[in-house]
Design a protein around this ligand. Structure first.
Ligand code: S3P
Length: 192
């Protein structure tokens, strides 16, 4: 994907950043990598909730999505100070190019891929995502399809590595991501 990667990438990019749709497994995979490799696990949504003292759903409800996106951009700046961390991001982080310019500087960006139908299967009973709240099953499925088709090209564009997170066990996905990260760090990137 990218053609110029510094050999000492671990020094320049000391974190792993997970991007992908809601329900793509960023928290589970990120926690697994963190536990296995002694890296801190950080989540931009948690940073937002801690800094604002509000739940993500409350922020959407009381102040709307635009305000949430401002808080998300601030959270991106906060996590940019991390080292040796696995950073899970909210699914919409890629909507702001500045977020991604910043995160790409400090981390190896991994896109967790899942097809819209698989996302729907995982999210159909979820009530925590404001963008999918109060929708019938049919409307929820349509909304996931719509968000996915708008965002998939952005997830692709901003990632150093993409991996399907549907068929193999989480521990294996975590291992593959960490190996890829290390290979990049050692300048052994076969994708260049
Ligand atoms: C959002 C995803 C959520 C959260 C917010 C908006 C999105 O995070 O940031 O509800 O725009 O896709 P997860 O991807 O962790 O669910």
């Amino acid at each position: 994907m990218n053609t110029t990667k510094p050999r000492n990438l671990a020094e320049h990019k000391p974190n792993i950043i997970l991007i992908g749709m809601m329900g793509s497994g960023k928290t589970s995979v990120g926690t697994a990598i963190g536990n296995k490799h002694g890296m801190i696990f950080v989540d931009t949504d948690t940073v937002i909730e801690e800094r604002s003292g509000m739940l993500i759903s409350q922020i959407f409800e009381e102040y709307g999505e635009t305000y949430f996106r401002e808080l998300e951009a601030q959270a991106a700046k906060v996590v940019a100070g991390c080292k040796n961390a696995v950073i899970a991001t909210g699914g919409g982080i890629i909507l702001n190019a500045k977020n991604m310019a910043l995160l790409r500087k400090i981390g190896f960006v991994v896109y967790l891929q899942l097809e819209p139908q698989q996302l729907y299967n995982r999210l159909k009973t979820d009530t925590s995502r404001p963008l999918l709240a109060n929708l019938s099953n049919r409307a929820k499925q349509a909304k996931i399809n719509e968000i996915f088709s708008r965002r998939a090209p952005l997830y692709q564009r901003y990632s150093d590595f993409a991996i399907n997170n549907s068929v193999i066990p989480i521990t294996k996905v975590a291992r593959m991501i960490f190996n890829e990260y290390k290979n990049h760090a050692n300048g052994e990137n076969s994708h260049n």
